[in-house]
Ligand binder design. Structure first.
Ligand SMILES: Nc1ncnc2c1ncn2[C@@H]1O[C@H](COP(=O)(O)OP(=O)(O)OP(=O)(O)O)[C@@H](O)[C@H]1O
Ligand SMILES: [Mg+2]
Length: 366
C-alpha cells in the first residue's frame, strides 16, 4: 500500500477511535437528560393525581386525541378509526362498545402501539406515547400498558410451559434479581388468578378456556401494569365462567388500583363492570356517558339499537320485544357536519346542531 493509502487508513482509524466514544457519550447524555425530564413529568403527574384525589376529582391516565387509523392495501386505503377522542381516568373501567368491525380492537391496538396512528395522538400519564419513542420509554410503556386478548387459545404459545409464558415479560424486561424472585413473582401471579403452582409445568392445551384466560391475565399482571386493555376477554368463554373472570378483573382493580379499557360488543356485559361507556359505530364515537346515565338516557339511535338487543330475562317480554334497527343518517357533504358534543352531566352525543338540541330536550327537558 502506498504511503498516501496508509495515511488515509490511519486517519480513518484514529477518527473512529476518537469519534465512537464521543457519539456514545452524547447518546448516554441525551438519554439521561430525557430520563430526568420524564421522571420530573411523572413526579408532576403523581402530584396532580394526589391533588385531584384530595379535591375529590379524577385524573386522566390515558388520553386518545383525534385518532385516525388508516389501513393501506395497495392503492386502496380503509379508515377503520375516524377522529376518536376519549380520556380514561385513573382507576376507572371505561368500556368500548360497538358491533363487529366498528374499530374497537383497532383502537386497543393503537393504544398498545401495535397499530400506528395515522392522525392524532395518544398520551399516557401526560406523555405522548404515539409515534417514535426512545427505547427505554418504549419499554416502560410496553410494561405499563398490557393487553389481554379475546381468544385465550390463540394468544398463548402452545409450545411453552405456563411458567415460561408467565415469565416471558419478566425475562424480556429483566424484572427480577434472582431466580428465587422470578419464581416468587410467577407463583404469586398464578395464585392471584386462582390457578395452582403445579399448573406451572403444564402446557396451554391442558387447560380449559377459562383457565387459559386466567393464564393470560397472570401474564399481564406479573408485569405490574397500570392500564390493561382487555379486548373481549370473556367473549370466548362459557357463560358460567364469564362471571368468574369479570370478578377477577374487579378484584385486581380494587387491590392494585388498575385502570381498564374494556372492549365488548354488547352492552349487557359491560353494565356491571364499567364506570363509563363509549359507544362506537364504524370507527366513530356516537355516545359517551357514565354507565347509569347511558342506561337511563340512551340518546343516539345507535345506542338505542344496542340497548334493544340486550336480552330480557322474562321469556314473554323477550318474545314481545321490538328490535330497534339503526339506520345511519347521511349528512350532506356541503352542509353542517355532525360532531361529538358534551350536552351536560358528562354525556356526549354525536350529531348536528338540530339533533343535539333534540337530545338536550329529551335529557334535560330544555
Ligand atoms: N390489519 C388490518 N388491515 C386491514 N384492515 C383491517 C386490519 N385490522 C382491522 N381491519 C379492519 O378494520 C375494521 C375494524 O376492525 P376491528 O378489528 O377493529 O373491529 P372490532 O370492532 O374489534 O370488531 P370485532 O367485534 O369483530 O372484534 C374492520 O373493517 C377490519 O376489517
Ligand atoms: Mg375486535
Amino acid at each position: 500500500m502506498s504511503f498516501m493509502g496508509q495515511a488515509i487508513l490511519w486517519g480513518i482509524l484514529i477518527g473512529a477511535v476518537i469519534s465512537i466514544p464521543i457519539v456514545i457519550f452524547i447518546r448516554i447524555y441525551m438519554n439521561k437528560r430525557m430520563q430526568a425530564r420524564v421522571a420530573k413529568e411523572e413526579k408532576e403527574y403523581e402530584e396532580k393525581v394526589r391533588a385531584a384525589e384530595a379535591a375529590g376529582g379524577k385524573q386522566v391516565l390515558l388520553s386518545v386525541q383525534n385518532l385516525d387509523v388508516v389501513f393501506k392495501q395497495g392503492k386502496n386505503s380503509f379508515k377503520a378509526v375516524s377522529d376518536v377522542s376519549f380520556d380514561i381516568y385513573k382507576g376507572e373501567t371505561l368500556s368500548l362498545v360497538g358491533e363487529s368491525g366498528s374499530g374497537k380492537t383497532t383502537i386497543g391496538r393503537a393504544i398498545v402501539r401495535i397499530n400506528p396512528c395515522s392522525k392524532g395522538a395518544i398520551y399516557f400519564k401526560g406523555k405522548q406515547i404515539s409515534g417514535k419513542l426512545p427505547r427505554w420509554l418504549d419499554r416502560e410503556v410496553i410494561r405499563k400498558i398490557q393487553m389481554v386478548f379475546q381468544d385465550p387459545a390463540a394468544s398463548l404459545n402452545e409450545r411453552a410451559t405456563i411458567e415460561y409464558i408467565v415469565s416471558e415479560g419478566l425475562y424480556n424486561f429483566h424484572l427480577f434479581n434472582s431466580e428465587k424472585e422470578r419464581m416468587a413473582k410467577v407463583e404469586k401471579a398464578i395464585n392471584d388468578v386462582g390457578l395452582l403452582p403445579e399448573h406451572l409445568t403444564r402446557y396451554p392445551h391442558e387447560f380449559s378456556g377459562g383457565q387459559r384466560q386466567r393464564v393470560g391475565l397472570a401474564r399481564s399482571i406479573v408485569m405490574e401494569p397500570e392500564l390493561i386493555v382487555a379486548d373481549e376477554p370473556i367473549s370466548a368463554l362459557d357463560v358460567s365462567i364469564r362471571a368468574q373472570v369479570l370478578n377477577l378483573l374487579k378484584k385486581f382493580q380494587r387491590e392494585r388500583g388498575l385502570t381498564y379499557l374494556f372492549i365488548a360488543h354488547d352492552l349487557s356485559i359491560v353494565r356491571f363492570i364499567s364506570d363509563r361507556i363509549v359507544v362506537i359505530y364504524k370507527g366513530r364515537i356516537m355516545e359517551v356517558a357514565e354507565t347509569e346515565e347511558l342506561f337511563q338516557y340512551p340518546l343516539h339511535p345507535y345506542t338505542k339499537s344496542l340497548m334493544s338487543a340486550i336480552p330480557i330475562p322474562d321469556p314473554i317480554l323477550e318474545k314481545k320485544k321490538k328490535l330497534f334497527v339503526y339506520e345511519p343518517r347521511e349528512y350532506a357533504a356541503d352542509g353542517e357536519q355532525p360532531q361529538l358534543v358534551d350536552i351536560g352531566n358528562g354525556h356526549m352525543v354525536f350529531g348536528d346542531s338540530e339533533e343535539i338540541a333534540e337530545y338536550k330536550k329529551i335529557r334535560f327537558g330544555e
